[in-house]
Design a protein around this ligand. Structure first.
Ligand SMILES: [Fe+2]
Length: 198
């Protein structure tokens, strides 16, 4: 019969795979971002994510287990969606809002997973593992909050600005991305919003 420890190790292997995929995906997301602040936030979370891989290895060790990953299908799917949205919104003023939404879906998946892992490690009586998992969970939560703050500070308004521009151009029925070429530069709005765009 499978036990809580089996469940824990199963989920741990999932997250070990997820974190290594995220390490590969974040540089692509940073490159796709046109906001300097978003690029910085993604790059600093990349360093944390590399740390998460190491911390997970320590968690495996604390259970006398060798670190191993098993394909995390949820992360595969979330990262694929992120790739798609980045490609679809390339060149759009909504690109940063799009990237933030994709990144936040990953963060929420991680927060749910680490919340469980942290609880289970405690129940299994492994304080070292519980502490490491708490550290990772806290970093994921902070990363998510930073993304929310960036969206609210300017990325969402930039994305909204694109819609305003379409209305100004009286092209309500043409919602294709090439409309951006007809949209007036939103420099005044961007300055007011303290834009991060370059
Ligand atoms: Fe992580």
């Amino acid at each position: 019969m499978k036990t809580l420890k089996d469940l824990f190790l199963d989920e741990l292997a999932d997250m070990y795979d997820a974190e290594r995929r995220i390490v590969k995906a974040l540089p692509k997301m940073a490159k796709a971002a046109t906001s300097a602040e978003l690029k910085n936030a993604i790059q600093s979370h990349l360093k944390e994510t590399q740390g998460h891989v190491k911390k997970l290895e320590q968690v495996f060790q604390s259970f006398d287990e060798k670190a191993k990953g098993q394909t995390c299908e949820a992360t595969v799917g979330l990262l694929e969606e992120g790739d798609e949205i980045a490609a679809d919104f390339k060149g759009s003023p909504a690109i940063n809002a799009a990237l933030i939404s994709a990144a936040q879906k990953v963060e929420h998946y991680e927060m749910a997973s680490y919340g469980c892992l942290h609880e289970w490690a405690g129940l299994l009586g492994n304080k070292e593992a519980a502490g490491l998992l708490r550290e990772i969970l806290d970093e994921e939560k902070t990363a998510n909050e930073v993304l929310t703050a960036l969206a609210r500070a300017s990325s969402n308004e930039e994305a909204l600005g694109a819609s305003d521009g379409m209305e100004l151009e009286e092209a309500p029925n043409k919602r294709s991305y090439n409309l951006r070429r007809t949209v007036r530069p939103l420099s005044s709005r961007r300055n007011r919003a303290g834009s991060m765009s370059r």
